[in-house]
Design a protein around this ligand. Sequence first.
Ligand SMILES: *Cc1c(COP(=O)(O)O)cnc(C)c1O
Length: 240
Amino acid sequence: MSKLGIIDNLTRVRERIARATRSAGRRLEDVTLVAVPKGFPAERVKEAIAAGVRHVGENRVQEAARKRDELGEIGASCTWHLIGSLQTNKVKAALDTFDLVQSLDRWALAGELNDRAEGLARQVRVLIQVNVSGEPTKHGLRPDEVEPFLGRLGQLESLRVEGLMTIAPLVDDPEQVRPVFRRLRELRDGLARRRWPNAEPYELSMGMSGDFEVAIEEGATLVRVGTALFGPRTEPPGGR
Ligand SMILES: *Cc1c(COP(=O)(O)O)cnc(C)c1O
């Protein structure tokens, strides 16, 4: 893909985001675009950053670490989001590379993230991944597990829970996944009525290339966009 390709694609994605926020009566600045360059080299990320991208999402620790290293200061100007599942033995490497972990999906991982973050004398920003659709291939807590999980996380003082994330099923018509996005928002609204020691669960990371307008209409604050920015992937790493 040419350099112009990414600039044009970014313009188009921004227009789609603007249209969706307008139709939902929301403010443009309430939706953050997370560009997902998985499967594409650091050079493409560099072009995206030059075009104005400030948030990068990757689903593999090593791939992201390599790109972030390669990009040096340019890469450091962005916020890096881990959006793929994280093995406990990769937590240390993940904390070296990512500013925010969107895929917190189990207690053991929370404990390991907390211990490592404590060792680094920092807080680690996380989103809780929720498997709203109940697809067996997907990671994430069941919706009814989220509230007790958040309660337990109160013990882990080096974690800061900023919200929820979900991956909707792949469908032809994005209207079909509207209930998934709506459910995540309702869950967030319920949690936001209570006070939590180390959590302010406001963010909703939901929506990808094919369905982010619907996600924005349902309240998404972070949309994760790969294909619509970088083009089709030959080998979808991690898939959906
Ligand atoms: C790959 C991926 C995306 C981006 O998907 P596109 O359909 O290419 O926009 C978003 N979120 C997660 C978790 C992903 O793995």
